[in-house]
Write a protein that binds this ligand. Sequence first.
Ligand code: ADP
Ligand code: ZN
Length: 540
Amino acid sequence: MLAGSNQFETLEHALKHYFGYDEFRSGQREIITTALANRDLLVVMPTGGGKSLCFQLPALLKNGVTIVVSPLIALMQDQVQLLANNGIPATFLNSSITTEEKRDRVAAIHNGEIKLLYVAPERLNQEFISNFLVDLHQEVGIAGFAIDEAHCVSEWGHDFRPDYRKLAQLRHYFPKVPWLGLTATATDRVRSDIINQLELREPHVHIASFNRPNLYYEVRRKTTAPYKELLAQVKQSEGSGIIYCLSRKKVDELTTKLKQDGIKVVPYHAGLDGETRTKNQNSFIRDDVKVIVATVAFGMGINKPDVRFVIHYDLPRNIEGYYQESGRAGRDGEPAHCTLYFGMGDIKTIEYLIAQKVDPETGMALEDEQRIATQQLRRVINYAEATECRRIIQLGYFGESFPGNCDNCDNCKYPRPISDWTIEAQKLLSCVYRFGERHNGRTFGLAHTIDVLRGSKNDKVLKNGHDTLSTYGIGKDRSVDEWRMLGRSLLHQGLVDETSDGYSVLTLNGLSMEILKSQRKVEIAISPIKPSVAANEVST
Ligand code: ADP
Ligand code: ZN
């Protein structure tokens, strides 16, 4: 018999009884067993992995009511509705309900008729806790706290909510009640932040693999007519999809264009009023439209399992964001497509946005934020320009090592030809070496190095006397783009380092020295990003 319940022989029986499923998904059984033993837990699982069940089933099997903290009202309503459809006694308290509704619900909760109570974090103020929850605990007992989207507690996450910081006080009121934090955010830093901020006690930490095998990842180079290619892709794609843009303005522009070209489409961004946003979101969820064009304001908590494609028409700001946003495709486990359009102009746009990060009061640059944002941008560019399996880079970002050869990304499906660039690499690296000799170890960034190699006469070259270096002008035979591609590839392969002394500079490492001594060859893929198939189709 199961602890806390005299009704079921095994957890599988309980699963079947309440949810109609035959078996647990990977990790669920272990998590649920741990939760039933009243241990604190941190569950890290990708979107669609089946996190909700991990607190819902224990809530049903334990005495008392489980309090679920969830950041979005829409999400809360969704989950409660789903549970109600299964005959599971759950309800929510938030600002959207009337006083009468509230009274009825509170009565039902106090009568012990409710097993799962969803609350918004902003409700968890002193008064609510010390009056309502303390009473509740005495009368029916609080079986546990489940904190959904727990990364909202961390400033390192992508969705920090100050209200989440107040949750820790619950721990002090109810020291014996176990906690369960759940998130799809996988970075180490966010994980330890959740444990610290929520004051989890020796939690059992469950980290699932973040690989989403059903998603096809590809990067397309923005051609001279990227819109044409995008349109062709949307027309070819079956099912519905999300197109992410960086700014509200671009969302509006793209929506208009697609509409003119006969695509059923709605926009979504924080500049639209709440009513319009809800309307547009619903028409996307109900498949009244094929496409929703959106800023990153769209997506969290949207429950649409059959999104077939997610297109980033602009460069995302960081890998984590890209993973989460593209991960909204294919939650039903069926094949889905994630496409990132990438052009050099995007880098400039994001750099501009980063430079705009200033303190609104003093007008001073927020240097730490700018530095972090720049590092994150660099990793996105590395992802976009990579020649290796896309999954190696994405999962590597979360500290997960992936063997490669996924056979479901562009780089694995269409590997690019490799060629020998050892001589060029030696030219580039020896230029960096000469900088160091000339300036007591101080070096310069990639753009300036290329200027010197190509014999530029610009101010910075002349002012530093770099036109007198032996490496000045030795790289005229290659274009700026080719040098840039080589430089990026060297960085990417770890054959040279980039460090910051206010701005980014190239620095040599052990592998760079091996190249300079001809002890190591340099091989790179000829074109950093292949022009995509669809682009060719459009131009013919
Ligand atoms: P997450 O919160 O991790 O994004 P959900 O909890 O919403 O994921 O679960 C995703 C989907 O998987 C839901 O439709 C859910 O009903 C389904 N699901 C969860 N566990 C199981 C299971 N053991 N068997 C079958 N389907 C499951
Ligand atoms: Zn791959």
